[in-house]
Design a protein. Structure first.
Length: 423
C-alpha cells in the first residue's frame, strides 16, 4: 500500500519517447492526406477524372471533418485517449486502403470520406493525450515536436516522386505506398496503448486535457477582433490548402516541371513552416506586433498566385513569399485567440475556427477544380489555370482587409494586447 502511494513520475526519456512514438500516427495521417496531389495528373489522364473530381477528393475530407469535429470531443472524453487513438488510427489506415483499392471514383471518394472521419479525431485525441505527459513550458514545445513530425508526413508525400520514383509508373502504386506508410497510425496507437498502460501501473500520470467543445451560445460573446481572426483564418487556409491540392499538377503542366521537381516545390511550404513557424512565434512573444505581423503575412500572399501565372520570374520567388506567409500567419494567429477570448471559452473559439476553416477548404477545393475544368487548364492550355489563381488572389485580398481591420481594432482603445510584447 505504501509502495502504491509513492509512485514515481515517468522519466523524461520515457515521456519524450511516448511523444515521438505516438507522433508516428500523425506522420502517417498527414502522409495519407497529401498522397493524392502527386498523382493528380494521372487520375485525370488515366482514369478520366476531372479537376472537380480531384478537388472533391479533398473536399469530402473536410465535409466529414466538419461533422466529426462536432462530436469527437465527447466521444474521446467518454472512451479515453488510449482507445480513441487506436480506433481512429485504425480507421485512418483502413481509409487509405479503400482509396487505393479501386479505380472507381465513388470508391475513392468513400475512402477519403472515411479518412475525414478518422484523421481529424485522431489529431484531437493525440493532442489531448499530450497533456497527460507534459505540463507548463514543456507542453508548448511538445506540441511543436508533435506538429513537426506530422508535417514530415506531408513533406515525405510531396517528395515521394523523388524517393519513390519507381512507384509512379501508375496511379495505384503510390496509394498502396500511402496505405503501408499509413499503418504507422495503427502502430503509433498500439505503442501508445502499451506505454500508457505500463505507465498507469507504475507511474503517477497527469490528467488528459479536456477536448475542445463547441458551445453555441458562446458565439455571441466574442468581440470583433476574434471574428476578424476567424475570417483571416478561413481566407488564408482556403487560399493555401486548395492550391496545394493542384500545385504539383500545376507546376508540371503550366511550368514544365518534372513530377519530382514539382513535388519538391510543393514541399517548400511545409519545410518552411517546420523551420520558421516556431521562430516567428518566439518573435511575436518578444516584440508583440501580432496584428501587424499577420497583416504583413497577408501582404506577402497578395501577388503570389498572379506571379505564378503572369510573370516570367523564377518560381522560387513566389514560393518563398508564400512559404514565409504560411509560416508567419499560423504561428501568430492561433495563439492570438488566447488574448481575445476568456479561458473557459477557448474550446468553443478554437472549434469555431477549425470548423469554419474546414468549410472554407471544402468549398475552395471544389471551386478551384471547377475553375480549372471550365477554363480547360492543362499542359496544352496552361493559361487555363489563371481563373483559379484569381480566385485565390481574391481570397488574399479579403484576408488582407480583415488583417488591416484587426490591426486597427487592436491599435485602438479596445485592443487586447496583441501589439504588446514582453516587458
Amino acid at each position: 500500500m505504501i509502495k502504491d502511494a509513492v509512485k514515481k513520475v515517468p522519466s523524461p526519456f520515457y515521456r519524450w519517447s511516448v511523444l515521438v512514438l505516438v507522433s508516428l500516427a500523425m506522420f502517417g495521417n498527414y502522409y495519407i492526406y497529401d498522397s493524392i496531389a502527386p498523382i493528380a495528373d494521372m487520375l485525370k489522364t488515366t482514369l478520366g477524372f476531372s479537376d472537380v473530381d480531384i478537388g472533391s477528393l479533398y473536399s469530402i475530407y473536410s465535409f466529414a471533418a466538419v461533422f466529426i469535429l462536432l462530436i469527437s470531443g465527447p466521444i474521446i472524453d467518454r472512451i479515453g485517449v488510449k482507445a480513441s487513438i487506436m480506433i481512429f488510427g485504425t480507421l485512418t489506415s483502413i481509409a487509405a486502403l479503400v482509396t487505393a483499392l479501386s479505380s472507381e471514383y465513388y470508391v475513392m471518394l468513400a475512402g477519403r470520406l472515411l479518412l475525414g472521419f478518422g484523421a481529424e479525431p485522431l489529431i484531437v485525441a493525440i493532442t489531448t493525450a499530450l497533456a497527460k505527459w507534459f505540463k507548463g513550458k514543456e507542453l508548448g514545445f511538445a506540441f511543436g515536436i508533435n506538429l513537426t513530425i506530422a508535417r514530415l508526413g506531408s513533406f515525405a508525400a510531396d517528395w515521394s516522386p523523388t524517393w519513390g520514383k519507381s512507384f509512379y509508373n501508375n496511379w495505384s502504386d503510390p496509394l498502396y505506398v500511402a496505405f503501408i506508410i499509413g499503418l504507422t497510425c495503427i502502430a503509433g496507437g498500439l505503442i501508445y496503448w502499451f506505454m500508457e498502460s505500463y505507465a498507469e501501473r507504475n507511474y503517477e500520470l497527469g490528467e488528459a486535457s479536456e477536448t475542445d467543445k463547441f458551445v453555441f451560445s458562446d458565439m455571441f460573446n466574442f468581440g470583433k477582433s476574434f471574428w476578424y481572426i476567424v475570417i483571416l483564418c478561413v481566407t488564408f487556409y482556403s487560399a493555401v490548402f486548395p492550391f496545394r491540392t493542384f500545385a504539383i499538377k500545376f507546376y508540371m503542366e503550366a511550368h514544365g516541371a518534372s513530377r519530382e521537381l514539382a513535388g519538391q516545390l510543393n514541399s517548400a511550404l511545409i519545410f518552411a513552416s517546420m523551420i520558421a513557424t516556431p521562430l516567428f512565434g518566439l518573435l511575436a512573444d518578444k516584440i508583440g506586433k501580432r496584428a501587424s505581423m499577420m497583416m504583413f503575412g497577408s501582404v506577402l500572399i497578395l501577388p503570389v498566385y498572379l506571379m505564378l501565372v503572369y510573370s516570367g520570374i523564377t518560381l522560387y520567388v513566389p514560393i518563398i513569399m508564400l512559404g514565409i506567409a504560411f509560416s508567419l500567419i499560423p504561428a501568430i494567429m492561433w495563439p492570438s485567440v488566447a488574448y481575445l477570448v476568456k479561458q473557459n471559452r477557448l474550446g468553443t473559439a478554437y472549434s469555431i475556427m477549425t470548423l469554419i476553416q474546414q468549410i472554407g477548404v471544402f468549398t475552395f477545393n471544389y471551386l478551384l477544380g471547377w475553375s480549372n475544368d471550365i477554363s480547360g487548364a492543362s499542359a496544352e492550355n496552361p493559361g487555363g489555370y489563371a481563373m483559379g489563381m484569381w480566385i485565390l488572389s481574391i481570397l488574399g485580398i479579403i484576408g488582407f482587409v480583415f488583417a488591416y481591420l484587426l490591426r486597427r481594432e487592436e491599435k485602438g482603445p479596445n485592443g487586447h494586447g496583441l501589439e504588446i510584447g514582453m516587458k
